[in-house]
Design a protein around this ligand. Structure first.
Ligand SMILES: NC(=O)c1ccc[n+]([C@@H]2O[C@H](COP(=O)([O-])OP(=O)(O)OC[C@H]3O[C@@H](n4cnc5c(N)ncnc54)[C@H](OP(=O)(O)O)[C@@H]3O)[C@@H](O)[C@H]2O)c1
Length: 320
């Protein structure tokens, strides 16, 4: 019997994957799975670690002996904004697979807009054989990535491989080979160069509602794609959806690909579902692989127990 204190799991997604992944995880300590109804009233005061995604708000009072909290996803806004959190390290999820999946989504959507994916899908539906003339190449198009963290840095690299001209924006100055970068002080200069804007920002007090009409109006209007295109796979709380819809209607934006929304699931009556210039994916750009999540948590606990600092600890002041 392990003498280690339990890890409490309160992950409100992919229930079957959580149950399956728990069969082979945390072999050296007890697990309290809050998805199991028999644990509903269990005393949690002995739990040492918590792995959470949108957990029960009472969890952090009940689990009063925690040493660290692990987010079940790359973002931590789901706990930072909604709970009175104890003053403990919060570790976010960083994983190769999640990063690769996000870059796939970004490259897929950029290529979709570059190669007239929606127009050709419509032509196929109507059995129209017509080649759209004078399509620009990737090198003619500047993709501006907002957020150059784990996900943004990988996405810019893969967009470069596809031939796009790539620029990036982050809070602090950054150097990335072959990519012109801008920091928080030069947002307007960055926007004025972008034909496709890619949102890969975390949701914080500074980034809430950042994608609004004023921002969209600063994108390059006269680029090779015939109008600016907006992609968002960061967080929906960063976009002002009413203004986004207006901009997609009046031509301020030519098109958009959206994986995240102010309110999820996206309401059935949202105009975004049926706008011909909008691609909607259901917050599916880069799902957390639960097995990889548990491996990551085990690795960070092992670091802590060996006296090493944990990685990917959130800076509570900046909110990511
Ligand atoms: N749709 C999905 O399926 C999905 C999946 C996973 C993650 N996400 C979202 O993607 C986000 C980014 O993930 P990540 O792992 O790349 O995060 P990260 O490594 O923490 O990087 C965040 C980046 O955003 C920049 N940033 C933050 N606040 C800023 C501000 N106020 N102004 C300018 N730049 C700012 C940071 O700048 P510095 O470099 O200067 O710190 C950094 O470059 C997550 O927080 C999550 O919300 C979505």
């Amino acid at each position: 019997m392990s003498d280690k204190r339990p890890v409490v799991i309160d992950l409100r997604f992919a229930r079957e994957s959580v149950v399956s992944a728990l069969h082979s995880a945390f072999k050296d300590r007890p697990v309290i799975d809050m998805g199991d109804p028999t644990n509903a009233d269990r005393d949690l005061s002995d739990a040492e670690f918590a792995v959470v995604w949108k957990p029960d708000p009472a969890l952090f009072q009940r689990a009063s002996g925690l040493q660290a909290i692990f987010s079940g996803g790359a973002g931590v806004d789901h706990i930072l904004s909604a709970y009175e959190l104890p003053d403990l390290p919060i570790v976010r999820f960083v994983d190769r697979s999640l990063t690769d999946r996000m870059s796939e989504w970004v490259v897929w959507q950029c290529l979709h807009h570059l190669r007239n994916g929606s127009a050709y899908a419509g032509q196929q539906r109507d059995r129209i054989w017509h080649e759209i003339a004078d399509q620009p190449e990737a090198r003619d198009v500047t993709v501006g990535v907002m957020g150059l963290g784990v996900l943004g840095a990988d996405a810019v690299r893969k967009l470069k491989v596809m031939g796009f001209d790539v620029i990036g924006w982050s809070r602090r100055p950054k150097t990335i080979d072959g990519v012109e970068t801008f920091d928080a002080t030069s947002l307007d200069a960055f926007l004025g160069r972008a034909d496709i804007l890619v949102g890969l920002l975390p949701l914080t007090d500074d980034t809430r509602g950042i994608y609004d009409r004023a921002l969209f109006s600063k994108l390059r209007p006269s680029g090779a794609l015939g109008g600016p295109i907006f992609l968002n796979a960061g967080r929906g709380g960063s976009q002002k959806e009413v203004e986004l819809i207006e901009c997609l209607t009046d031509g301020t934006l030519k098109a958009a690909s959206l994986d995240v929304f102010e309110k999820e699931p996206l309401a059935a009556d949202s105009p975004l579902w049926s706008m011909p210039n909008v691609i909607v994916t259901p917050h599916a750009a880069a799902a957390s692989d639960v097995r990889a999540l548990f491996r990551h948590v085990e690795a960070q606990i092992a670091r802590l127990e060996a006296g090493n600092p944990m990685e990917f600890v959130v800076d509570r002041t900046s909110g990511y």
